[in-house]
Design a protein around this ligand. Sequence first.
Ligand SMILES: *Cc1c(COP(=O)(O)O)cnc(C)c1O
Length: 246
Amino acid sequence: MNDILFNIRHIRQRITDACIKSGRNPSEVRLLMATKTVAPDRIITAFESGETLIGENKLQEIKEKYDALKDYSHEQHFIGHLQTNKIKEIIRYNVDCVQSVDRLELAIKLNDRLKRERRNLDILVQVNTSGEASKFGVSPDKAVELVKQIAALDHLHIKGLMTIGLFSDDPEETRPCFTLLSQLRQQIINLNIAGVEMKELSMGMSGDLETAIEEGATIIRVGTAIFGKRVYPDSYYWNEQNPNQS
Ligand SMILES: *Cc1c(COP(=O)(O)O)cnc(C)c1O
C-alpha cells in the first residue's frame, strides 16, 4: 500500500512543478483518481493520504465499491461512457458530476429523470479532440451547439469541458487536443450563455498531465501513475465497439 502513498506524493509534486512552470497556482488543479479496476482497500489508502476525488468508468464498479467507500468522505465523478439505460442508477448512486455527457439524447434523458426526482446534476461536456473514431465525445465543431442545447435543460448544470486526447507516448502529440479544448472553452465563455459555467477543463492523465496543466487543465485524471498498471487495456473502456461497457 505504501506504493500508493509514494505515487500520490510524486503526482502532487508533478502537479506543483507543472503549475510553477506555467505560472499557475497548484490550488487551481484538482487531482481526480481514476479508480477503474482498483479495489476499495487501495482507494481507501489514497483517501487516507488526503485525496478526496475519484472517477469511475462503469456503473457496475460504482455499485460494487459503494458500501466499502461510503463512510469515507469523498467526491465521485463519472468519467466513462454513459448508456441511457443506466441513467436511473447513476442518479441513485449520487454521482457528483458526470464528466462524459456527449450527446443531446443523453442530456435530455438525464434531465427528465432529474426533474422527476427534483434534483440537479453537475456535468461536463466531453469533446472528442483527437478525432479518433474509437473515442467518445462530441466532435469539436458541434460542441458549442451541444452546450447551447444542454444549457436549456434546467436540471443539468454545465461546469466545463472534458477530453481524453490523443493516446501517445509523446505528450507533445497530445498537446493540440488540450489546446483545442481550452480554445473551445474560451469560445463558449465569450458567448455568455445563461446557466453555463466554464470553470472546469478536465484533461490530462498519467503520461501527459504536465502538458494538460500548461494548457489550462483544472482537473487531471490519473490512474496508472497512482495505482499501477491495469489488466484491461483502455480500449476496453473507451472503444465504441465494445459491447460490455456502461
Ligand atoms: C483510465 C482513465 C484515465 C486515467 O488514465 P491513466 O493513463 O491510467 O492515468 C483518465 N480518464 C479516463 C476517462 C479514463 O478512463
